[in-house]
Design a protein around this ligand. Structure first.
Ligand code: T4K
Length: 397
C-alpha cells in the first residue's frame, strides 16, 4: 500500500476524493419518464388529494407486496403516527432504541411513551427475549423495526403480543423489496410502514405508506391521513394532513420502473465492499440470509476496536476527512436523544447491546451514485488506516 500516514487528509494530506461521497445519494430512475408524468399532471391540474398517480402507486405497491391495502402518505414518520393512532396505541409502546429517531418520535408526538427495548447483537433488531420484562399495565403495543431491510423476529414478537393482547406494527422504512420467509415484507402485524424518502431504496422525493390486510384499519388510516374527513363536510376522526402529493407519486412510479436495476447495483456494490474489506482485522460487514430477497441498500460495518486497533469514531473521522461521508447510523441510540435522555436518564442500563453497537457501527456510501472505483478507494483507505493504526493514531495525537 503506497499511501503513507502523512498522506491521510486527517494529517494534512490531500483528500482521496475531491467531491464528497455521500451515504444516501438518491437512486434516480428515467428522467424522461418522470418528466412525461409531470406533464400529464400539469395538463390534468390535479396535484394532490388522491390523484391518479397516487392511486396507481398504491395499487402497484399493494400488488407487489401481496397485501390488500396500501395507503400512500407524505412520509413514513406521519405514516407511523397515523398507524399507531389507528391501531389504538396509548400509554406505552415497546420499540427498539437502535433505530432512526422517527420511530420513537412518532409515538411521543402524540403522548405515547416509547419504552426502549434492547436488540439482538447479531440481527441488530429488537430482541424478543427482552420484550416481556418491559410490559406494564400501560403497554398497548410493540413496534418492530426491520433494520437495514432484515426482518425482525416477527413470529416471536407476535407470540408475545398475542399472549398479552398487544397490537403490533412494523417500521419497514428500510425494507421495501425485502422478504421474510420468502414472502415480501409488508403483511405482518396490524400494519407495516414504508419510507420512500429520497435516501431510501425506493424514492418518491418524500413519501411513505401504510400497508395492511386489515380492511377496517385501512379505512380508518385512509380517513385519518385526510384530516379525518369521511365525505364532504363530515369529519369522523382526529386526522392530520398525511397525503402524498402527485409529484411524489410520479417519482415513486418512476423509481418502481427501475427497482431491479437498483437492487442489482446495490448487490454488486455490496459484493465489492465485501471482497475489498475481507480479512481486515476487526472489521465485519452486515450479512444477508441465504434464500431471502434483499434490496442491499445499506453497507454496514461493525468495527471491533480491540482487533482493529482503532475505534469506529477514529475510522469515521479518517474517512470523512477523505471526503467519504460515512454515517454512524443510529448513534447514539434514541434513548440518548432528547426528550428521552431527560425522561429516562438510566435507560442505557437496560440496553447494553444497543449501547455497545451504537459505538461500533458505520454506514458506507452505496447506491447508483457510487461506482467501482469509489468502492475500491474506500476499501483501500480502510485497509490502510487499520493496517497502520498505531502510526495513524500516534500521528493524529
Ligand atoms: N424509520 C426508520 C427506521 C427510518 O430510517 C426513517 C428514516 C424513518 C422511520 C422515517 O422516514 P421518513 O419520515 O423520512 O420517510 C435520513 C433520512 O432523512 C431519513 O428518511 C432516514 N430514515 C434516515 C436513515 O436518513 P438524515 O438525518 O441522515 O438525513 P441527511 O439530511 O443527513 O441525509 C442523509 C444523507 O443523504 C446525507 O449524506 C446527504 C444525502 N442526501 C440526502 C438527500 C435528502 C443526498 O445526497 N440527496 C438528498 O436529496 O436522515
Amino acid at each position: 500500500m503506497k499511501r503513507s500516514p502523512n498522506d491521510l487528509a486527517i494529517l494534512g494530506g490531500m483528500a482521496a476524493f475531491r467531491e464528497p461521497l455521500h451515504v444516501g445519494r438518491p437512486n434516480i430512475g428515467d428522467r424522461e419518464y418522470l418528466m412525461a408524468l409531470l406533464q400529464d399532471m400539469f395538463d390534468r391540474r390535479w396535484l394532490t388529494n388522491d390523484g391518479p398517480f397516487v392511486i396507481e402507486f398504491e395499487r402497484r405497491i399493494a400488488m407487489m407486496l401481496g397485501v390488500r391495502h396500501c395507503v400512500a402518505t407524505c412520509n413514513a414518520t406521519v405514516a407511523l403516527e397515523i398507524a399507531a393512532r389507528a391501531a389504538g396505541f396509548t400509554g406505552e409502546v415497546i420499540v427498539p432504541s437502535f433505530t432512526f429517531i422517527a420511530t420513537a418520535h412518532a409515538l411521543q408526538w402524540q403522548g405515547i411513551t416509547p419504552v426502549f427495548c434492547d436488540i439482538d447483537p447479531d440481527t441488530h433488531n429488537i430482541d424478543p427475549d427482552r420484550i416481556e420484562a418491559l410490559i406494564t399495565p400501560r403497554t398497548s403495543g410493540i413496534i418492530g423495526v426491520h433494520l437495514w431491510g432484515r426482518a425482525c423476529n416477527v413470529e416471536a414478537i407476535e407470540r408475545i403480543a398475542h399472549r398479552y393482547g398487544l397490537g403490533v406494527i412494523y417500521d419497514a422504512a428500510h425494507a421495501f423489496g425485502c422478504t421474510h420467509r420468502g414472502k415480501p415484507i409488508g403483511s405482518a402485524g396490524r400494519a407495516e410502514i414504508f419510507s420512500f424518502h429520497a435516501t431510501k431504496f425506493l424514492n418518491a422525493f418524500e413519501g411513505g405508506a401504510v400497508v395492511t390486510n386489515d380492511d377496517e384499519l385501512a379505512g380508518k388510516i385512509r380517513l385519518m391521513k385526510n384530516f379525518g374527513f369521511d365525505g364532504v363536510d363530515q369529519v369522523v376522526y382526529i386526522g392530520t394532513n398525511g397525503k402524498m402529493a402527485e409529484t411524489s407519486a410520479a417519482m415513486g412510479l418512476t423509481s418502481l420502473e427501475r427497482i431491479d436495476h437498483f437492487t442489482a447495483v446495490n448487490r454488486e456494490n455490496h459484493d465489492r465492499y465485501r471482497n475489498g474489506l475481507r480479512d481486515i482485522p476487526g472489521i465485519s460487514m452486515l450479512t444477508y440470509a441465504q434464500g431471502e430477497t434483499y434490496n442491499y441498500h445499506y453497507v454496514v460495518l461493525e468495527i471491533n476496536e480491540e482487533q482493529a486497533g482503532l475505534s469506529r469514531d477514529t475510522l469515521c473521522a479518517i474517512l470523512r476527512a477523505e471526503n467519504v461521508l460515512a454515517r454512524r447510523y443510529f448513534y447514539p441510540g434514541c434513548h440518548r436523544m432528547e426528550p428521552y435522555r431527560s425522561y429516562f436518564p438510566h435507560a442505557g442500563l437496560l440496553l447494553p447491546e444497543t449501547e455497545r453497537l451504537t459505538t461500533r457501527v458505520l454506514s458506507l456510501p452505496t447506491g447508483t451514485a457510487v461506482g467501482t472505483e469509489h468502492i475500491e478507494k474506500v476499501c483501500e483507505l480502510i485497509h490502510f488506516a487499520i493496517g497502520h493504526a498505531p502510526a495513524v493514531i500516534q500521528a493524529m495525537a
